[in-house]
Design a protein around this ligand. Structure first.
Ligand code: FAD
Ligand code: FES
Length: 265
């Protein structure tokens, strides 16, 4: 797949919660080819402060625009939150290996934690609503990123909040277990897709492996180049893999659960 560098116009930059924003970026070159699970490297400022581009999952496309859903956590994302419509940022992408789509009539279970919902919104938009269930967990009701604000056609999202202020009271993995438990040991035709904080990913991964459910995880790692050149984003591969490490940027960010050494993550 062709990787492009584009100077992209900011079409909108909308605050969704106290610390998350949705940015629309005019990108005719990438919007047509990007796949769910892929990401872009954003140069948030034309100078060299911050020096490094920041990686963001593509959370959807609208006509010639790429959507990025981002949480303000530090310098780069604070600069992004101040950007106005009409300003430009430089993008490199689409990068990485995205999600493999489930076969035929398989039921996909999408499990998101916090801002990890971004690539799963994109995945949901490419599937028939009857072919997936979407579970998303947030700290509290105020943190919820609502499907209708991002991807109107992402269907129903079953919500969990840690403090019980909306939806299921507890972790999103509790919602997943409640869905799987009555089905007993047989899980034919089910596949899992997940993105979120590492402890959540680990729990979903172990659950999937114990029940022998195919599962793809989207990982995050500190990234400098995003292109497989700097080795900064290495994660330890599972013991049965042919290689000791994978690069999250070029081998992932989406991996089958069995490819990763979950004891080291
Ligand atoms: C493939 C990929 C996809 C991503 N997709 C999204 C997305 O869709 N939306 C989104 O909001 N963020 C996403 N991230 C994380 C995002 O890249 C970081 O939050 C961002 O780079 C922080 O930049 P900053 O300059 O604001 O923060 P910095 O000033 O660089 O760091 C501030 C704090 O955030 C922590 N941090 C920085 N990068 C990461 C990271 N990759 N993972 C966890 N903690 C980090 C730092 O340790 C520090 O505590 C993704 C990361 C990767 C690797
Ligand atoms: S970020 Fe440089 S190798 Fe992955």
């Amino acid at each position: 797949m062709t990787v492009l560098e584009e100077s992209s116009e900011i079409l909108f930059n909308q605050k969704l919660t106290s610390d998350t924003c949705l940015m629309g970026l005019g990108s005719p070159g990438m919007a047509g080819t990007a796949r769910p699970g892929q990401f872009v490297m954003v140069q948030v400022h034309p100078g060299n402060d911050p020096l490094l581009r920041r990686p963001f999952s593509i959370c959807g496309t609208r006509a010639d625009a790429l959507l990025i859903l981002y949480r303000v956590v530090g310098k780069g994302t604070s600069i992004m939150a101040e950007k106005r419509v009409g300003e430009r940022v430089s993008l490199v992408g689409p990068l990485g290996r995205g999600f493999e789509q489930p076969e035929g009539k398989d039921m996909a279970l999408l499990v998101a934690g916090g801002i990890g919902i971004a690539p799963l919104f994109f995945l949901a938009q490419t599937m028939e609503p009857t072919h997936y269930r979407f579970f998303a967990g947030f700290g509290t009701a105020r943190d919820i990123i609502r499907a209708e604000d991002v991807a109107g056609d992402a269907g129903d999202v079953s919500l969990a909040t840690d403090d019980g202020s909306e939806g299921y009271a507890g972790l999103v993995t509790g919602l997943l277990e409640a869905y799987l438990e009555p089905k007993g040991p047989g899980h034919d035709g089910i596949s899992l897709f997940t993105c979120g904080p590492r402890p959540m990913l680990r729990k979903v991964a172990l659950e999937a492996m114990a029940r022998q459910i195919p599962c793809q995880v989207s990982l995050e790692a500190a990234m400098a180049c995003g292109l497989g050149a700097c080795q900064g984003c290495a994660v330890k591969a599972g013991t049965r893999e042919r290689r000791p490490y994978y690069h999250v940027c070029s081998d992932g960010p989406v991996f089958p659960v069995s490819s990763i050494d979950w004891d080291c993550l």
